[in-house]
Design a protein around this ligand. Sequence first.
Ligand code: ATP
Length: 359
Amino acid sequence: MAGEITKDPGWQFLRQSPEQLIKETTKKFDSKKNVWIHDADEGFIPVEIKSTKGDMVVVVSAGGKEKTIKKDETQEMNPPKYEKTEDMANLTFLNDASVLHNLKQRYYAMMIYTYSGLFCVVINPYKRLPIYTESVCKMYIGKRRNEMPPHLFAVADEAYRNMVNDHENQSMLITGESGAGKTENTKKVISYFAAVGASQSAKKKVEEGKRKDATLEDQIVRTNPVLEAFGNAKTVRNNNSSRFGKFIRIHFNTAGKMAGGDIEHYLLEKSRVIKQAPGERCYHIFYQIMSEAVKGLRDKLHLSKSVRDYHFVSQAEITIDGIDDKEEMQMTDESFDIMAFTEAEKFNLYALTAAIMHM
Ligand SMILES: Nc1ncnc2c1ncn2[C@@H]1O[C@H](COP(=O)(O)OP(=O)(O)OP(=O)(O)O)[C@@H](O)[C@H]1O
């Protein structure tokens, strides 16, 4: 099994190979001499202490540059055996320079998850890594945190097992600045719970006429495209920025199978509906409706003009690089079907949205 998982395409983004590990962790090191100092460009750089006089030290950088600074301004360096450590709680010196160095080195190797005790620090890779596949998901099911490389799935699995074993509610806080990856990681957590807690109940039939099969897991996962259509927008910092906060509750039955869910939302940025700053866009749904993905919808909503002619939604950007509003609209509309909205309910929602454009 261990051999098999290391062959998974995602493994290289989770843990370095034994060869790399040996190379990294056996570098020359002198704990008395090797330290970190502040650097205007790099944040912190490694230097070697050449001499000490009172509370001043002369340090030399890798490039041979010498500098005299206060000893207090240096930060201790960890021995190379901690290079790219998976849990920063292990570090002998937990100073800013060491934490940033560790996260940076792991990020350069595209290992985006790192523990810091109970926390899991994530760095946005801005590229799709094969670490959320079904095979990677299976690797983490039922495993202890220290048995596997850091991953959001491990945190989710631990929460799931604590819930099943201790019969206690569990919560996960996902936080960070705009564009940090909260929305993406939240979606992965929900998908993970959908996989481990699959209800396996008889498939429900959704809405007469559509005859689509939808499991409860599908329905819970599909809340996202709809919420994003109405509550996410392009900002200067993030093409898909959530403009509201949310508290997602997923319910499990006593057997640990998914039984339902609900979402509380807070503080939608309402001003965006009528005003967009330069470089930003209104909520995705307006442009999705205009995309013609749902045949005849624009006609029914009397949206015959071009987007630019609807003032409230066209004060800045109207398209987003890399986002196809037509595909997104298909996803939104299909998600409504999977969540068992009726045709009338869907139309009413679209009509209300269009009404704002007509104002
Ligand atoms: N794990 C990831 N893998 C690949 N791309 C990612 C990942 N996390 C984030 N991204 C990219 O970064 C973008 C911004 O991430 P996301 O929308 O999750 O940020 P956020 O923290 O929710 O921001 P906001 O607070 O503005 O809603 C995503 O649209 C995606 O392109």
